[in-house]
Every structure is written in C-alpha cells, then in structure tokens.
Design a protein. Sequence first.
Length: 229
Amino acid sequence: MCGRYTLANPDPKRIKLRFELPDGTEIDEQPRFNIAPTDPVLAVRERAQRRELGSLRWGLIPGKWALEKKGPPLINARAETLDRQPAFAESFRLRRCLLPADGFYEWRRDERGKVPIWFSRPDGDLFAFAGIWARYEPRDGDPITSCALITCAPNELMRPIHDRMPVVLDPDAEALWVSDTNDTEALLEVLRPAPEDALVAREVGDLVNDVRKDGPELIAPREADATLF
C-alpha cells in the first residue's frame, strides 16, 4: 500500500521537461511533503496524442456505487488484478495516467513502533507512479475526477519494510502507459517492481503521521532515538 507521497520540488520547467508537456501548460503547484488520500494531486494524461496536466482527487470513484460503499477511499489498485477487478478494470482499459512525484513514504514496524521511511531517487529527480482515473457525474453537484495509484510486489529494498510498493514506472514505459493502446499484456508487463538501485530509503521523523503537517522537515533524516540508562 502507498498512502503518502511527496512532490517537494514542483518547479514548472522541471515538470514540463520531464513529462514532455506542451508549451503553454500552466503549473501553479506549491512544494508538498505530505500528499494524502482525498487530496488533489497532479496527473499527466494524454488525449489525441497530446499530453495534458491536470488535478485529480486521490481516491478513485468509479461510479455511484463507490460513493455509497463504506470504507476507505480506493487509493491503491493491485497490478495483479487490475484488468479483472470491477472497480478498476474499465479505468485500466480506457483511463490511465502518470502521477508525478519525487518520493513516497512507507512504515516499518520494529521495537520502536511504526517508523516512517521516505523513498526517493538517488539523484532526487522526478518519477511517475502508474495511475488510473475516472470521472463521476452526480445528478446534483460538481463532477468528481479521481484517481488511484497502482501497487505491485515489493523489490528487495522494500521487502523488509512492506509487502507492497507503488509502481514507479520506468521512464521508457511512461509513453505506453498513457497511450490509447488496448494491449493488455504489454500494459501489465510494465507494472513491475522498480530495480533495487532505482530508489534509496531514509528513516524520517513522525511528523508525516499527521496529515496537517507539511514542510521540508518531514523528509529530514530521523534523529537518533534517546536511550535511557
């Protein structure tokens, strides 16, 4: 599961270049260190072979039934069942997106409790989660355009910490993921764990546990726990 992530350096030029966005794309995004479910998130979609950047609600609402169901929002979708799970299958076939990020959190359980770990690229660069999206238009109220992030089995870096990890797409696979292809086999093939050297892990403090907190201190290295003698 992935329930928090970061876009700490949303420099517009950086995002436009990295995700091949057309001239004229407007980006007004503040640094974010604690992106949480139900938050608006940046997403790259492609229509008529032209990429566009928009904002989606994190927590997929694939139809009226999803609003009526009780439980947590559909923030993650398992790669292994993506093409068969009723809540996700249509979006997988027709509505795929890239979710720009530069890090994400997972929690390791040890003698100290649940310790947050921040994962990022070694060079601090941007990457893209594989995502799917849907648009729900209620009879009353504004349309809701929402998304979910795809997860897969862990790589060796993640395995001691959690049994799932978000799909961090290989840059060469991003164009395929947002294209209009209906090649299910090819699409599922790119939903694999990131290579072990693609990410690094850092223990961070407990501030991220509070969704109201947001600042660079959230990704600062964790201070050594005090020891009582």
